[in-house]
Write a protein that binds this ligand. Structure first.
Ligand code: SF4
Ligand code: SF4
Length: 607
């Protein structure tokens, strides 16, 4: 077996990193519940594992998602990750050709040019040398870009970049040195044995004036030391995301998710953050000087630093989750963390509202607390439901029923469950066949937390169905509108097409660059109780400017909270999609002008 003492730093670092990751991964998997372990086993020993392999290849190595949004950044990540991966693969293939042993220790492919300096390479040997030089050049271009990005992130399409802590700095300096050190060692070898290719040969000519023979051995030592330094610091730095992301992809594809704060999946999520900083630009709070973005939140979680402000002062709008190339569910982690130490509110409720009428009906309409603050939506829905021909009733006509979502977002789980159980019994006892709600927040809560025996739809879906079935008349108007996707309806429930279908039948829908999953938050989120009204309105104003709403006659949305928030600062009239649909019904019982007037008189402060 070939050996030299200079391989020790590399070998020790490699052993350490494999040992550390092995123990860490074992602990995470051991903490999974029995059911989750079964799910993992089923995934690993079935054909669905292929999904994970494909994702590891396309995301962990090629960084496809980053390429799509930030091409230069994507190239930087892919050249380093995929280039290094190919270099290792090629090194192992080359060893098979040149080594006298059939099995070699892991350092031989890495330092092959030291152990097997082929002096007169044949055709294949020259091919290997060429490919090695090519890969090294690609990786070095990635290193150069990474260095450049530290000082000029705007060129990479990013407004801000993250700060490194001490071990991050050592890891990053080691990483930046690995490939120049390899180039130097290989070029010195090429100067002595004339076995290089276009890159190493060129450099060897420049180096030939120096005492290359005496420089060769220290150069291999240097290469081994920087590799070892990188491996020793990797588990404590941001680069721990490299091995952890592989486990994250497998767990995610196995269907495992975090259910509580401290769940092993949440830890894997936290360690998988590469601190690429893409979530900073996605977050609207960054523009108002608030640093609550996942990159900071996950970092403080990982190093167990105090971070109450980061947990609470977030809109839970999900824009960062949508933008994250790793697919980290940071909003879930925040919601779960909010349940810690918060169970302090009174949970002894004497519910005022009891079911007064349980005559069987077809449609049960639930307006929601926020909709009661926008009477125009309620009136429009009343008109639409009356015209629909369905028998219907409004569950919360007396305004005394809550879906429980505000309590859930505040981490008051016991109180929320009490409210949910009560409201659920009212819905089930109504004997309706369909539940329609005007509030996306209620819609998400009914869909995810209630386990109802009847289907639940948002009113935009219901109106679309009524129009498709010609149950309500549609009058096309000569108006131009922009549509704003509410966070909970779009990113939260993936309802994108139905509102657009409704609008397209009535008005001209203008394109909006910030639409669907990229939609902007109105700023009025119930998820953030720390933010003041001034900042909320500032966020709403910035969102309207970015959507360039002035070019339209109306801004249409499908959430009472978005409508109220935008109405306070919008230069054009803001309407709910139900108002637009009700207006298009001939002889509507809701005079539209009156609805607008009521909207204006319902001030934001009423919230
Ligand atoms: S949370 Fe996602 S987007 Fe944000 S820094 Fe981490 S990996 Fe990047
Ligand atoms: S959920 Fe929204 S407000 Fe919170 S960090 Fe992500 S983008 Fe920012």
């Amino acid at each position: 077996m070939k050996f030299d003492w200079f391989v020790v730093p590399f070998l020790a670092g490699l052993t350490f990193v494999f040992g550390f990751c092995g123990i860490k991964f074992y602990r995470w998997i051991r903490q999974l519940s029995r059911g989750e372990k079964l799910m993992l086993k089923k995934h690993v020993f079935s054909r669905s594992l292929w999904l994970s392999v494909k994702e590891i290849f396309s995301e962990s190595l090629l960084h496809r998602k980053i390429f799509r949004t930030h091409p230069l950044l994507g190239y930087m990540h892919a050249s380093l990750a995929f280039g290094w991966f190919l270099l290792i693969v090629l090194g192992n293939v080359e060893v098979k050709f040149y080594s006298e042993y059939s099995v070699n220790p892991p350092y031989v492919p890495i330092f092959l040019n030291y152990f097997e300096p082929v002096t007169a390479p044949n055709f294949f040997g020259r091919g290997f040398r060429f490919l090695m030089d090519l890969l090294l050049l690609v990786i070095l271009s990635g290193v150069a870009l990474a260095y450049f990005k530290r000082f000029n992130s705007r060129r990479f399409g990013m407004q801000r970049t993250t700060q490194h802590h001490f071990l991050d700095r050592i890891a990053i300096i080691s990483l930046w040195c690995i490939f120049p050190a390899r180039l130097l060692a290989e070029s010195l070898s090429a100067a002595i044995y004339h076995n290089g290719s276009f890159l190493t040969n060129t450099l060897s000519k420049w180096l030939s004036a120096l005492p290359v023979e005496s420089m060769l051995y220290p150069a291999w030592w240097g290469y081994s030391i920087v590799l070892g330094a990188f491996f020793f610091t990797l588990p404590f730095s941001r680069y721990m995301h490299i091995p952890t992301e592989v486990l994250l992809i497998i767990l995610r594809n196995a269907g495992i998710r975090s259910h509580y704060f401290g769940h092993p999946y949440q830890e894997v999520d936290t360690f998988s953050c590469s601190r690429c900083g893409i979530c900073i630009d996605a977050c609207q709070l960054a523009a108002v000087g608030n640093s609550v973005q996942p990159v900071y939140y996950l970092r403080s979680l990982r190093y167990q630093k105090p971070h109450e402000n980061l947990t609470e002062n977030c809109l839970l709008c999900g824009r960062c989750v949508e933008a994250c190339p790793v697919g980290i569910f940071s909003t879930d982690i925040r919601r779960h963390e909010r349940t810690l130490g918060h169970e302090m509110c009174n949970t002894h409720y004497a519910f005022k509202y009891q079911l007064k009428n349980n005559t069987p009906i077809e449609v049960l309409y639930f307006a929601g607390c926020m909709t009661h603050l926008v009477p125009a939506i309620k009136k429009s829905m009343t008109s639409i439901l009356d015209h629909s021909g369905y028998s219907w009733r409004m569950l919360d006509a007396d305004e005394e029923i809550c879906c429980g979502r505000p309590l859930l977002l505040a981490g008051q789980i016991t109180a929320a469950n009490k409210v949910i159980m009560h409201t659920r019994s009212l819905i089930e006892n109504s004997h309706a066949q369909l539940l329609v709600t005007s509030c996306p927040i209620c819609f998400k809560t009914f869909s995810e937390n209630y386990r109802l025996s009847i289907p639940v739809v948002h009113h935009s879906q219901f109106i679309n169905m009524l129009q498709q079935e010609h149950r309500i008349p549609v009058h096309r108007r000569n108006i131009s509108v922009k549509y704003h996707d509410p966070c909970e309806l779009g990113r939260g429930m993936h309802v994108y097409n139905e509102p657009r279908s409704v609008i397209n039948r009535i008005a001209h829908l203008q394109p909006n660059v910030h639409e669907k999953a990229k939609s902007l938050c109105c700023g009025g989120s119930l998820g953030n109780t720390y933010i003041d009204m001034e900042t909320k309105l500032q966020l709403a104003d910035q969102a309207l400017q970015q959507m360039e709403v002035q070019s339209a006659d109306y801004l249409i949305t499908a959430c009472p909270l978005c409508l109220k928030t935008f109405s306070s600062v919008s230069p054009i009239a803001v309407k709910d999609i139900a108002e637009l649909a009700a207006e298009s019904i001939k002889d509507t019982i809701v005079p539209f002008v009156k609805v607008i007037e009521e909207n204006k008189s319902a001030t934001f402060a009423e919230k």
